[in-house]
Write a protein that binds this ligand. Structure first.
Ligand SMILES: C[S@@+](CC[C@H](N)C(=O)[O-])C[C@H]1O[C@@H](n2cnc3c(N)ncnc32)[C@H](O)[C@@H]1O
Length: 483
């Protein structure tokens, strides 16, 4: 019944993305140098200069600090720009490919709202909403379910980018007359902090820099969504060295005396220590390079405190760890358990700790992440086992399962059929089928993207379409029960 009603939420003209075929992921191999050498250094932008000065003043910085500055610094961080999505931008995401994605997500929330006894008050909390497309698709589909729609009291967006906040504001039909703003840190205008969506019946919309700023009323059920958010959070990189010590991999200025790191080859990433090649293919152009820290850094001592990092890795192995992800996951798990909420985390990654996935994405190509900070997206595959470990004893985690399987179980094929019937235009029909293929095919986004569901600790029964909660083995936290 729910599915049928959701599938009736068609629009006159189905939206399909005519975007390049590269999504915001690629197979889990490191950036591969193209062998090109550049005699001329790239331009030293204000952000690159700031990073360089920081390193010259205090020494090499962590990859996490570099990533944070390159992505969200107010002096030219990548996400301070608005137009990074789509054909003119650098990448395309699932909600931008087709409306079917968000509509199917809406069905999931409605189903679990029903299963949880139709709570009277709910609030959406979306982390990293991009252009606001996913929430718009969810809300439009949710309108078909009158009781559910009536329960939605507001939307909280966690978004650092002033430009993207403005796009989200307009996408949800918020009126600037109702909008409270703060001055942009980069003086490019004003940044919305709260508004009212005229399109969605005067619904309150709030923006926050960090999850801790969101105040969820005790009697309000949080409906959490994080799509391609965790992969943008800063990671630290370490390599296991002599005597089992973990050496941190840091970012240094290119003209320092430190020897640049040699990259792990794809063969090494699969655990065989054979060949190596330079990680920094066009390092002669970049102002930065990766180096090994001398001695154990405080980051290594803090971030790798968990026993798994002693027992599961051998000399030469690398790990990428995002403590910021764990911090946010703890917050989400606590909200969800305290307020009987539910959450979906969708991203590319695996259910184990990654080694060498840190990369740049620019103009739909993979790029050296150390080149031109602020000019490209930086990302690393998500370690779902680490997220589950952070949520341990706080909430129940289900999955991750593959995106293709999730979308199929939630009825994407039926929705596709409906949209195909709604148009006689051959081209639109072909595009719709192609979008469906891209979202679900195991060779496209269907396998590499995973879905993790989070339910309260007190919940009984698994959410559709998951099996049992995924356990964390205390002796070996990266090992998982299969779902
Ligand atoms: C790759 S985009 C994904 C956008 C959207 N979810 C989609 O799939 O189309 C990442 C989003 O996370 C936001 N973001 C990145 N790092 C963030 C941080 N540390 N805090 C808050 N938002 C962040 C970006 O501004 C952007 O909206």
């Amino acid at each position: 019944m729910i599915l049928r009603r959701a599938l009736a939420c068609s629009r006159p003209l189905p939206r399909v993305a005519r975007a390049p075929s590269l999504a915001r992921w690629y197979s889990p191999t490191i950036y591969k140098p193209d062998g090109t050498t550049h005699a001329v250094k790239e331009e030293l932008t204000p952000l690159a200069k700031h990073i360089r000065d920081t390193i010259l003043a205090t020494g090499p910085i962590s990859v996490a600090q570099y990533m944070q500055l390159a992505l969200t610094s107010p002096i030219g961080g990548y996400y301070t720009r608005g137009q990074v999505f789509g054909r003119e931008g650098d990448f395309v995401t699932s909600p931008e490919i087709s409306q079917m994605f968000g509509e199917v997500m809406a069905v999931w929330y409605v189903m679990h709202w029903e299963m949880m006894g139709r709570p009277a008050k709910t609030v959406f909390v979306e982390l990293g909403p991009g252009r606001g497309t996913l929430m718009e698709d969810i809300m439009r589909a949710a309108k078909r379910f009158k009781s559910f729609y009536a329960s939605v009291r507001g939307i909280h967006f966690i978004e650092k980018s002033p430009e993207l906040r403005k796009l989200q504001h307009d996408k949800l039909g918020c009126d600037w007359n109702d909008t409270t703003t703060v001055d942009d840190k980069n003086d490019s205008g004003t940044t919305p902090v709260s508004s009212v969506s005229r399109r969605y019946g005067g619904l309150r919309v709030g923006w926050h820099d960090v999850v801790e700023q969101v105040a969820v009323d005790k009697d309000c059920v949080p409906l959490v969504m994080a799509h391609e958010f965790f992969d943008a959070l800063p990671i630290y990189k370490f390599e296991k060295g002599e005597g089992g010590n973990w050496n941190e991999i840091l970012v240094d200025v290119a003209d320092s005396n430190a020897t640049p790191m040699q990259a792990t080859s794809p063969a090494q990433m699969r655990g065989t220590l054979q060949s190596s090649s330079s990680i920094d293919g066009d390092s002669s152009a970049s102002h930065f390079k990766l180096v090994r820290a001398r001695g154990v850094t405080s980051n290594a001592a803090m971030v790798l405190r968990d026993q798994r990092f002693d027992s599961l890795f051998d000399k030469g192995d690398r790990v990428e760890v995002s403590p910021e992800s764990a911090r946010i996951m703890i917050q989400l798990a606590d909200w969800i358990s305290a307020n009987n909420g539910m959450g979906l985390i969708i991203d590319y990654g695996a259910d184990w700790t990654q080694g060498d996935t840190f990369r740049g994405i620019k103009s739909h190509r993979f790029a050296n992440p150390l080149c031109s900070p602020g000019s490209m997206d930086l990302t690393a595959d998500v370690d779902f086992s680490y997220l589950r470990f952070a949520a341990k004893d706080r909430a129940k985690c289900y999955g991750p399962i593959e995106q293709g399987s999730f979308l199929h179980s939630m009825g994407i094929q039926a929705r596709l059929q409906q949209l195909l019937k709604s148009t006689a235009d051959d081209k639109v029909q072909k595009d719709l089928v192609e979008c469906y293929r891209r979202l679900t095919d195991v060779h496209s986004m269907g396998r590499v993207y995973k879905v993790l569901a989070v339910l309260p600790n007190s919940s009984t029964g698994a959410p559709v379409p998951f099996a049992q909660p995924t356990a964390v083995d205390p002796g070996n936290p990266t090992a998982t029960d299969s779902t």
